[in-house]
Design a protein around this ligand. Structure first.
Ligand code: PEP
Ligand code: MN
Length: 338
């Protein structure tokens, strides 16, 4: 249920309503909209009739049941788009996020060389994996905390905040200490213990869609994080698995307008994992911007042929530079600032 307060509701009236909601066993999520204050009552749907009675309370405009199964993520609760800050950089609502960096952090030299070039080319955020979810246990598993230290040193040197993956609920606290944004990979989109833990952390979360996750399931995963109190979630479409094998995955571009209709959360596209081939990344980036995406996450490596992971889909620095220039007219058309 959402409780919409009157525009002139006093702080005392709001507090009284919130107290009552809590006394019924619900937790309170304040949703500050542009025009009015809305209170989300989160909890067991049974007994929601009691909340309906709040309609007669001072300061309350109306009490509305949320029809969508994803509640805090839905546009019903918050019609205006959310703007989420990552290390001081706003994302959403016309603020475009361009994450760029290697699939895996491999060394200080590799990360610094990448950070320098992506910054010069116009990226406003870095990416890089320190904990890697690899299909094979014999593949490179990431530099772990050492990798986080390198990412933070690169941020210090080049001034770009970064997103990095966390795979294990037990490692959330450690990754949160270093990273500006915690990434949930496609393979963990329904790791509910991890999502709940991230709901309690104080950093934004970049949630990737799984390769076999419906849009509804994807939004329910976002809801797990939001319902635990973390309202800073960015959604990332990274390709889904279909019968097609020429590309690594199939980019579901439709997910952008569908998600943007359903949710106020920012939606970005990862054309690197979606296509699996570096030469398809630019065209899908232009398409993503044209479809209304709030950002892109792109893999860039100074020497893709020798990358420890995802070399075939990684752009060389000069290709990334060209990509940024080639998406600029599309950004302008779509009213996005980078
Ligand atoms: C990644 O971003 O490095 C990654 C592993 O992506 P995904 O979870 O989308 O496969
Ligand atoms: Mn990768």
């Amino acid at each position: 249920m959402i409780i919409v307060m009157k525009a002139d509701a006093t702080a005392e009236e709001i507090e009284k309503v919130e107290e009552k909601i809590r006394s019924y066993g619900y937790s309170v999520r304040e949703i500050v909209g542009v025009e009015r204050k809305v209170i989300g009552a989160v909890g067991d749907e049974r007994g929601k009739e009691r909340l309906q009675a709040l309609e007669s309370w001072a300061g309350v405009e109306e009490v509305i049941p949320i029809l969508k199964p994803y509640k805090l993520a839905s546009r019903e609760v918050k019609p205006d788009p959310s703007v989420i800050e990552i290390g001081g950089v706003p994302v959403g609502g016309g603020h475009f996020a361009l994450f760029a960096g290697p699939c895996s952090v491999e060394s200080k030299d590799q990360m610094f060389a990448t950070a320098k070039t992506v910054k010069e080319s116009g990226a406003n955020m870095m990416r890089g994996g320190a904990y890697k979810p690899r299909t094979s246990p014999y593949s490179f598993q990431g530099m772990e905390e050492e990798g986080l230290k390198i990412l933070s040193a690169a941020k210090e040197e080049f001034g770009l905040p970064y997103a990095t993956e966390v795979m294990n609920p037990k490692e959330v606290e450690l990754v949160e200490r270093y990273a500006d944004c915690l990434q949930v990979g496609a393979r963990n989109v329904q790791n509910f213990s991890l999502l709940k833990e991230l709901g309690k952390c104080n950093k934004p979360v970049l949630l990737k869609r799984g390769m076999a996750t419906t849009i509804k399931e994807f939004l329910m995963s976002a809801e797990y994080i939001l319902s635990e109190g973390n309202s800073r979630v960015i959604l990332c479409e990274r390709g889904i698995r279909t019968f097609e094998t020429i590309t690594r995955n199939t980019l579901d571009l439709c997910a952008v307008p569908v998600l943007k209709k359903e949710t106020h959360l920012p939606v970005i596209i990862d054309p690197s994992h979606a296509t699996g081939h570096w030469d398809l990344v630019e065209s899908m980036s232009r398409a993503a911007v044209a479809a209304g995406a709030d950002g892109l996450m792109i893999e860039v490596h100074p020497d893709p042929a020798n990358a420890y992971s995802d070399g075939p889909q990684s752009l060389k620095p000069e290709k990334f530079k060209a990509l940024v220039e080639n998406i600029r007219p599309f950004l302008k058309l779509m009213g996005q600032t980078l």
